[in-house]
Design a binder for this molecule. Structure first.
Ligand SMILES: Nc1ncnc2c1ncn2[C@@H]1O[C@H](COP(=O)(O)OP(=O)(O)OP(=O)(O)O)[C@@H](O)[C@H]1O
Length: 458
């Protein structure tokens, strides 16, 4: 009999089609394995098992509901022949994992092990140690944090973090190091690859012996030695020119390197975390980034979302930054128009830009109480942006009056407004038509058709 280690408990829910005999068999095996179960509570939270025998739209909806507040493992029992597409749809509905189940005692141990892994990860994700650092509650952000925590705690392989500037890549690298549980943990060493020149790279990365080159008065340890038993963070690795990429291959793979001016091999062991805002797949395709290095640094890939993809987090992040700036006069919370302004504003610089915005709001604010609309600097005030419906209405009114005075008809006014919105959305998304379509709430195809119908500007 396989017994689970920590006698985890979870609620369990059987969907309609499961016969009573199977239910009893499942419960008996789980209990024999040391896993304690209780019926699913009305507002399911915590950890749960949903046992099902078929996947259809109704089942997916039930999974979606069950997963709203709980971490759910789906067990699919025979004779259901779960297809790969069905398994993915269960995952997309929110399941933490999907297991086909005989049910046999050995499988019960697997269920227990998975539950205890999910529990460890979730407990960390919800802990102040993580929540107070990687702020945000949007689904996109929570999914990333869960991935990061699991990688940090249960693996020591290389991690590549990709994402636009200001999205929290360095913060994630620091958390990975912080969560490393080894007893004799070394330091975190950060190398900004944009500052590494071919002349300096050898010494920076590998260190040098005394007299290795002119000016090398004393021996020096390089980044790989300093990161021994710790974490080496190679920031902006996409900026490293190909000859320098080649230098890193062996040490990244085997942990072996030679100091400049020495013939002796040194051994080091570290967790490699790299970050880039570049698309390294494209770099590999066009030859600017070495494929062999790419596969060595990208053991796992974490992609940080743009702030525009997690607008739900803006106010929580703003409150976090405000608390950090609080020197007594920075305000307590934000007045409603300011909240609307913060939510509606664009942040091309992502979270870093939001931090800057909150910083000037707090600096302009005086006298406690919530930050008010007058604290928004003049040149930052929304002139007819969606942050103020009234201002927007006024702008439209002005433009419509001018159009009517010019003798334009309704069709032409509507078309001009649409053309203008399309042009601006494409500009805002730096020419990315897919993102522009998302921003305007239309399909890619609808955007293309509209563009094809656009009249040239006079
Ligand atoms: N989820 C978050 N919670 C709290 N602060 C965040 C979050 N994401 C980013 N920040 C803050 O935003 C700023 C930029 O973050 P960070 O330096 O980690 O971004 P980055 O992606 O590494 O940027 P770059 O590519 O420009 O180096 C920092 O002040 C950081 O504290």
């Amino acid at each position: 009999m396989h017994r689970v280690d920590e006698s985890p408990n979870a609620w369990i829910h059987f969907l309609d089609a499961i016969p009573a005999t199977v239910r009893e068999a499942v419960l008996a095996i789980l209990h024999q394995s040391g896993l304690r179960t209780s019926p699913m509570p009305a507002d399911a939270q915590g950890y749960g098992l949903v046992v099902l025998g078929a996947v259809d739209d109704r089942v997916l909806e039930q999974i979606r509901l069950a997963c709203r507040r709980a971490v759910v493992l789906v067990l699919v029992v025979a004779p259901c022949r779960l297809s790969a597409a069905e398994a993915w749809s269960l995952l997309r509905a929110g399941a933490a994992d999907v297991m086909r189940w005989a049910p046999l005692p050995a499988d019960a141990a697997q269920v227990g092990a998975r539950l205890s892994r999910l529990r460890t990860v979730q407990a960390l994700v919800d802990s102040p140690r993580v929540r107070d650092v990687l702020v945000g509650d949007s689904p996109a952000w929570r999914a990333l944090v869960r991935q990061v925590v699991e990688l940090a705690v249960f693996s020591r392989g290389p991690v590549l973090i990709t994402g636009e500037s200001g999205t929290g890549k360095e913060l994630i690298a620091r958390l990975i190091h912080d969560l490393d549980r080894r007893a004799d943990k070394g330091s975190m060493v950060i190398v900004d690859c944009t500052t590494i020149t071919p002349e300096l790279s050898g010494s920076e990365f590998f260190g040098h012996e005394r007299g290795a080159f002119t000016g090398a008065m004393n021996p020096r340890e390089g980044a790989f030695a300093l990161a021994h038993r710790g974490t080496l963070f190679l920031d902006e690795i996409g900026e490293l020119p190909p000859p320098l990429q080649a230098q890193l291959l062996r040490v990244v793979q085997e942990g072996k390197y030679k100091r400049v001016g020495s013939n002796a091999w040194q051994q080091t062991e570290f967790r490699l975390v790299s970050a880039t805002h570049r698309d390294l797949d494209a770099g590999v395709a066009d030859g600017s980034f070495r494929a062999d290095l790419y596969y060595r640094i990208a053991g796992s890939i974490c992609r940080t979302p743009r702030l525009a993809e997690r607008k739900e987090d803006v106010l929580e992040l703003a409150a976090h930054f405000q608390a950090g700036f609080d020197d007594g006069d920075g305000g307590e919370g934000f007045d409603e128009p300011v909240r609307q302004y913060l939510k509606a504003r664009d942040y091309p610089g992502n979270v870093r830009e939001l931090r800057r915005v909150v910083s000037w709001l707090c600096h302009r604010h005086a006298g406690g109480g919530p930050v008010t609309i007058g604290d928004v600097p003049e040149d930052e005030r929304p002139a007819g942006t969606e942050s103020s419906r009234d201002a927007l209405q006024l702008c439209f009114e002005r433009a419509a009056r001018d159009a009517i005075d010019l003798g334009l008809g309704l069709k032409e006014i509507g078309q001009t407004a649409t053309d203008c919105a399309i042009r601006l959305a494409i500009e805002r998304e730096q020419g990315n038509l897919h993102r522009a379509a998302l921003r305007l709430g239309v399909t890619d195809r609808a955007l293309q058709l509209r563009r094809a119908q656009q009249r040239p500007l006079h």
